[in-house]
Design a binder for this molecule. Structure first.
Ligand SMILES: [Mg+2]
Length: 239
């Protein structure tokens, strides 16, 4: 944050909440999430094609379940969505453990660890994964121990609402109201940008999920980088 003091600009400390997306931002599960959802639809609905025609990028788990159910003409009631997500979580353990191309993004550990050293920062997750699924993926990436709060796909189906919840939890850790904190969402899809803007947060985009940084910037990200390892990425996060 910059504050005008006389003729000079002086940097002042600002309580900041960071909300990291998981898939495409901190790691890539190598399709383990998609394979698990597809297998869950076979178990629960007897259909292998429910998710064949849409990308999961930036979607919350409950929105994936709802979209798949709608695609095969089934009622997307809460009980069926819950059943799909339970089946998905059982399958995900094995799928993540066995995924041959599971990838941790460059500088993911270093970035999170650097931010965590600042007492004015709360470093959490802003993810469409339900919390248990997030933990499975982060555990294989050896990142789980670095995150003790977030907004998750089990909090809300709507991505903006789960980010708002994550921002509230992070601000509470810093002893401030969410409105008093700078909130920075780090994500890889247009949905991350849109949800961040919807709650008045900054979005910093990364190109590691397949969407070009220039596209994320055009949609309203305040900065965007090829990856967390690009020069300037950590500075942009710190602000
Ligand atoms: Mg993502």
């Amino acid at each position: 944050m910059l504050k005008k003091v006389g003729a000079k600009e002086e940097r002042v400390k600002a309580p900041t909440v960071f909300l990291f997306d998981i898939d495409g931002t901190l790691l890539l599960s190598g399709g383990a999430g998609r394979r698990s959802f597809e297998a869950a639809f076979v178990q629960v609905c007897g259909r292998r094609d429910a998710c064949a025609h849409f990308s999961f990028g930036g979607m919350t788990d409950r929105a994936i379940a709802r979209t798949g159910l709608t695609a095969i003409g089934r009622d997307a009631d809460a009980a069926t969505i819950d059943a799909l997500i339970e089946a998905y979580l059982v399958l995900l353990h094995d799928a993540v453990a066995k995924s041959p191309v599971f990838t941790v993004m460059p500088n993911a550990h270093a970035t999170v660890e650097a931010l965590r050293t600042n007492a004015d920062f709360a470093v959490g997750l802003g993810t469409g994964n339900v919390r248990r699924g997030a933990n499975v993926k982060l555990a294989r990436a050896e990142l789980a121990h670095l995150f003790d709060f977030g907004g998750f796909g089990c909090d809300y189906e709507d991505r903006a609402e789960l980010l708002r919840k994550g921002a509230e939890r992070g601000a509470a850790k810093l002893g401030v109201n969410a409105a008093e904190a700078r909130v920075v969402v780090i994500g890889d899809t247009p949905r991350d940008v849109a949800a961040a803007l919807a709650i008045g947060a900054e979005c910093i985009g990364v190109g590691t999920g397949g969407v070009a940084p220039s596209e994320l910037l055009a949609l309203g990200a305040v900065a965007a980088f090829a990856s967390l390892a690009e020069d300037g990425a950590l500075d942009a996060l710190v602000g």
